[in-house]
Design a protein around this ligand. Structure first.
Ligand code: SF4
Length: 235
């Protein structure tokens, strides 16, 4: 049975996808987002979003990727960025924060002239403010926190996780701000009514006025996303 506690899921998954300071990745690539960004796609997540485009790596982390050291990951990202003349790098694919020491070591190795964009669901940063404190050491870091819906119930329907997980996502933004980390929220609103969108806008602007104009996360029907949403009665 799927465990709906994201923190427990994070711990269990980290045991599969990390080993010492190594972490599993399934791909390194240049990507067109943010005007061009070197991307490392990691394996393993603590949520089960129905619209996830890297679902197979999420649900079967033991079957995908291989272990890389922080040095290999940073080297691959730098190599792609230099070759393509990108100014930005990121870890994407699944959830980068699951292997905390690995992530921090990768950040240590990224040169200051490259901006590292951390794309996260925020669960672990919301659960432990010292994670935000650790991230505050890096000036070339920006954190994009991807909110799964506009409130707890929506979050739960979309991710299969306990609704309280949504509060951890919000708390992540608050913790990052408290420690001076550059951050912004992106919100998946494709399954939300106008009232929910208005409510989350009010809530986010209460955290920081600029968050009223949050990034809208687009639903992309990659692979079997559409089938999964249909089977769950979401379409
Ligand atoms: S948080 Fe991201 S990686 Fe994890 S299941 Fe959701 S969309 Fe996929």
């Amino acid at each position: 049975m799927n465990d709906c506690r994201p923190l427990k899921k994070a711990t269990d998954t980290a045991e599969i996808v990390s080993k010492g300071d190594l972490r599993k990745y399934y791909r390194f690539r240049p990507a067109r987002f943010y005007g061009g960004i070197a991307t490392a796609d990691c394996v393993g997540c603590c949520l089960r979003c129905l619209f996830c485009w890297s679902w197979h790596q999420v649900i079967r982390p033991e079957k995908h990727g291989r272990f890389y050291s922080p040095c290999e990951v940073a080297g691959n990202l730098k190599g792609i960025a230099r070759k393509k003349r990108f100014r930005q790098v990121r870890i994407s694919g699944n959830e980068p924060t699951l292997a905390r020491e690995h992530l921090l070591q990768v950040l240590e190795l990224i040169p200051d002239d490259l901006l590292f964009i951390l794309e996260t669901n925020g669960i672990l940063i919301g659960a432990d403010e010292t994670y935000a404190k650790d991230l505050s050491r890096y000036e070339n870091l920006h954190v994009r926190v991807s909110l799964k819906g506009c409130a707890g119930k929506e979050f739960s329907r979309l991710t299969g996780a306990n609704p309280t997980g949504f509060e951890l996502q919000i708390q992540a933004l608050e913790n990052l701000i408290r420690f001076g980390v550059s951050t912004h929220p992106a919100v998946m609103v494709s399954f939300s009514g106008q009232e929910s969108v208005r409510d989350i806008r009010n809530r986010l602007s209460g955290i920081r006025p600029e968050f009223a104009s949050f990034e809208i996360e687009e639903l992309a029907m990659f692979g079997d996303v559409e089938n999964r949403l249909r089977n769950a009665g979401m379409l």
